[in-house]
Design a protein around this ligand. Structure first.
Ligand code: 5GP
Ligand code: MG
Length: 189
């Protein structure tokens, strides 16, 4: 019942996240401040929800927010099952300068699928921002323009990131006890 009992360790505390986000927001704001028409933020749902909410409130520039939903880890899976763009509630990104926001860069499959799509839809430019980047080989040629933290190749939850749709509301970024996975599906490590 109590989520905290499932935590193995805290990898990055809420305080560390907030300090880093302020620095990232300053850098991004500086880079985009010349764009008269403002920018379009595209957060990849649902994982980037909390990160985006905190980041954009530190960015005093004109912006539109257009959501995109992508699924690569359905249900209780710990490795990507291939990227599916589930819904595009994008609205018009034609001629816009887009900042794509995701929670974590792992294999790179998500950004590799989504960046060309935004360009096909007529975005003038697409830059990407991730809170976390895993320390493992990413899909060739996929890089994020802004990265919050580099982390080891471990499955993490909290601050928007889920396991089987749970734990998104944990304040810190954490790993879970192995027992949490062993009581679940065959996809477990
Ligand atoms: P990629 O497409 O780069 O392999 O993975 C990106 C997506 O996979 C992220 O948006 C996130 O939804 C999911 N993901 C990758 N690693 C983790 C992780 O350690 N924990 C959680 N909760 N999701 C992850
Ligand atoms: Mg995601």
């Amino acid at each position: 019942m109590v989520m905290q009992e499932d935590i193995e360790k805290v990898l990055i505390s809420a305080e560390q996240v907030h300090t880093r986000i302020k620095a990232m927001a300053l850098e991004i704001t500086r880079d985009f401040s010349d764009i008269e028409s403002g920018i379009t933020i595209v957060p990849i749902m649902t994982g980037a929800m909390i990160f985006t909410a905190d980041l954009i409130r530190e960015m005093p520039i004109r912006m539109k927010i257009n959501l995109m939903t992508v699924s690569s880890y359905p249900g209780a899976s710990l490795r990507t099952q291939g990227v599916t763009v589930l819904a595009k509630q994008l609205g018009d990104v034609h001629g816009r300068h887009v900042l794509l926001i995701d929670d974590i860069l792992d294999s790179g499959g998500t950004l590799r699928a989504v960046i060309p799509l935004l360009k096909e839809l007529g975005a003038d430019s697409v830059r990407s921002c991730v809170l976390l980047r895993k320390d493992r080989q990413t899909v060739k040629g996929v890089q994020a323009d802004y990265v919050g933290f580099d982390i080891p190749d471990e499955f993490v939850v909290g601050y928007g990131l889920d396991y089987d749709s749970v734990y998104r509301n944990l304040r810190d970024i954490c790993t879970l006890k192995p027992s949490v996975y062993s009581t679940n599906t065959p996809n477990t490590p």
